[in-house]
Write a new protein. Structure first.
Lengths: 257, 257
DNA sequence: CGGATCGTTCGGTATGGTCGAACATGGCGG
DNA sequence: CCGCCATGTTCGACCATACCGAACGATCCG
């Protein structure tokens, strides 16, 4: 495994976590590398605008090419492309915000986001990551994973985001069991106080979870007595099924030349 | 300059341009490298989810980490952070869509985008890149560059996007001259037929252009007889000045720890 | 069934990435 | 204003390791 490349991405990830800019020495310390090594890697990354140096502090931050590449990732993403229409209609029917996410390491990455159809100001969450155990998208994907992968996830750290976050392994396993039975996952203020989510998994032709779709919003709009509003759960499941059918169909990419 | 790292980013850029997925051999050909070399680089990139392999075609595409990093870039971007309020108010006052961009190589990268305040469906352009000579954002930034950088830009290829794109060097220089005089740049269907833009540069304390802000929309709303509507040009210039003042002020980042 | 194409593995080679130490630079406090 | 500390940068040497060519295996297509 090419060492320098992995170290370069480690630098990028380090710069990406936390919005503070980092200097050569600080990066070298965090990654356990020699200063000169990090310096060389940064020079190479800087040449392609993968990182930029702040002119007056001399410290490094992520570069604009990453935004371009992130956007290119989205444009080529099959689940996202297919989910756009479904998500719009789901937001319309339920009058809630809709999120589509995929699994990335131990987190869920939001790849599509439709605002609640009212005039309230909402921030776009595309590109954001959420610990898998603290969102309905993550739990429903975990519930439909093979045991090996699930075990790996359960073994990892489970940070507590709010007082309601499930951080106990046993408790989580029980929740996953219920999710498998219901076909939908709920999240009740486990990531942000006052916010809830109802999500269902999108599976490919082989039955593997490739993503998840769900509605998010204020608890009082989504849950009653800690249970998902049946109409919303039904709509979410229906959309997830439709999307899954789409994903199993003919490839959209691989066209042209 | 660390070879493998630069080659790795070359792979990412190659995968990012064009939405087609690429195989090992194809990438090796395009980059002029040995198959085994590209394979090794891809393995390293794949380990960190910088790229992903399509299970059934075996070809590679960009990975989800790039979306996360692109998002992290945005969150740490000073111009973007400072422009959000200004852009909102500009969109409100002019009733047009607003874009904020920065210079990246020979392109403009959109870092912020506010939709026109009506109910029409519009697509978010954050992360998109546009050749510098085909948008007002790019031209106004070029107009306020030192000669060396400008020369480099003028020397590069100038693709023709529409029949109105300025691709002649002399013509472009004349346009830049006028932009310097007016303080605003206009773009009249030079990127997309029917679309126009009016933009002004954002400069830092030293007077260097760090970005640009502008309004975009249908030609008939922005221009009259090929000239910028004076009220719009004034509003854009005013916002650019305000933003420049902001950027010259105290740093927002570097706080904490 | 045969050919072609592509992904993958392997081992030798010398390139070039890594590191420690020395050198510049700038910022801060005394 | 000066000296000190921390940080960025350069240098040279070592040898790990990235690179390549060639061979192997898998897969697709006719």
């Amino acid at each position: 495994m090419i060492q320098s490349v992995r170290r370069a991405t480690a630098i990028l990830l380090e710069l990406g976590s936390g919005q503070r800019r980092l200097g050569v020495t600080e990066l070298a310390d965090r990654l356990g590398l020699a200063k000169a090594t990090v310096y060389g890697l940064l020079r190479a990354l800087e040449a392609d605008e993968m990182v930029q140096r702040d002119v007056e502090s001399g410290k490094y931050r992520l570069g604009p090419v990453l935004l371009q590449l992130g956007n290119a990732f989205l444009e080529g993403h099959e689940l996202r492309a297919r989910s756009m229409l479904w998500a719009d209609s789901l937001a319309d029917r339920t009058e809630q915000a809709v999120r589509v996410g995929i699994s990335m390491g131990s987190s869920i990455l939001i790849v599509h986001h439709v605002f609640r159809p009212d005039t309230s100001v909402q921030i776009l969450e595309v590109g954001a990551t959420i610990p898998w155990h603290a969102c309905a998208l993550g739990k429903v994907m975990a519930a439909f994973r093979d045991d090996a992968e699930l075990e790996q996830k359960l073994a990892g750290p489970l940070p507590r985001l709010t007082g309601r976050t499930l951080v106990d392994r046993r408790e989580l396993e029980r929740a996953l069991e219920r999710i498998r039975r219901d076909g939908v996952a709920i999240e009740d203020q486990e990531a942000i106080i006052g916010e809830a989510e109802i999500a269902a998994a999108v599976v490919d032709h082989a039955g593997h979870a490739v993503g998840a779709v769900g509605v998010v919003g204020p608890v009082e709009r989504l849950l009653v007595d800690g249970f998902a509003r049946p109409d919303l759960a039904g709509a979410v499941k229906q959309v997830a099924r439709g999307l899954s059918r789409d994903m199993a169909g003919a490839r959209v990419y691989e066209r042209g030349r």
